[in-house]
Design a protein around this ligand. Sequence first.
Ligand SMILES: Nc1ncnc2c1ncn2[C@@H]1O[C@H](COP(=O)(O)OP(=O)(O)OP(=O)(O)O)[C@@H](O)[C@H]1O
Length: 262
Amino acid sequence: MEEQAVGEQTQPSSTILETRNLTKDFKGFTAISDVSINVKTGSIHALIGPNGAGKTTFFNLLTKFLKPSAGQIIYAGKDITNARPAGIAQQGLIRSFQISAVFPHLSARENVRVALQRKLGISYHFWRPVRILDQLNEEAQATLEQVGLGPFADTKAVELAYGQKRALEIATTIALKPRLMLLDEPTQGMSSEDVGTVTELIRKVVDGRTIVMVEHNLNVVSTLADTITVLNRGEVLAEGNYDTVSTNPAVMEAYMGTTDAA
Ligand SMILES: Nc1ncnc2c1ncn2[C@@H]1O[C@H](COP(=O)(O)OP(=O)(O)OP(=O)(O)O)[C@@H](O)[C@H]1O
């Protein structure tokens, strides 16, 4: 049996997120149709599919940026179909690369500290006892070390290289203590070197957490994902590990317009 990540107070192989017949219509056009997925606790679950397949729409449904037309979303055993984005964030379902905006003129450490303060609900109370601020600084430093930015703690975000900025975004997301991280194309626009660094980083931060990611880069998906859901025209075309989906004739047809193996 596959080993589960430690740190979750759930049973091995339990489901942390589930969609049941999730559907989204835009004025008569069905962008997501009856999509049911099951995300295992502690796994990396990737959503892939050709352009226009409905990945972004599905992602926006999960993070409550869009309201479903039909179906249900169950997170940690609770029906969150009608929950507000802030409500689900408090329950540990955190979307990265959008909400965790990085402040360009703050240092890496200050950026992480802002996220830690947000989590604690003590934002910008600079009159807090020094002891608490010291604790925050220590935790911020530890979080930066987790993503390889320890030596850059005092560097302004704007001065970090592109891949390092992405690492900082991951650090600010980790600071929000996610149980489930939703990553929207984490390697988009990166050099191949940065793709490698961020791929390693994602593998590292999954420990004790679950990740759902939309990702175009199939190398990244093949390296990281335990389970892949392939969407096409708003429907689930295939699901399974990389070997299963990459050899599925319907997937080859959707991607390459051919069922011949490359
Ligand atoms: N707000 C909207 N109103 C109308 N149609 C929409 C809306 N948002 C998305 N769509 C349509 O839904 C379909 C799925 O779009 P979506 O952006 O979710 O696909 P995607 O898989 O993320 O594509 P890409 O890989 O190109 O980003 C597309 O045909 C798109 O035109």
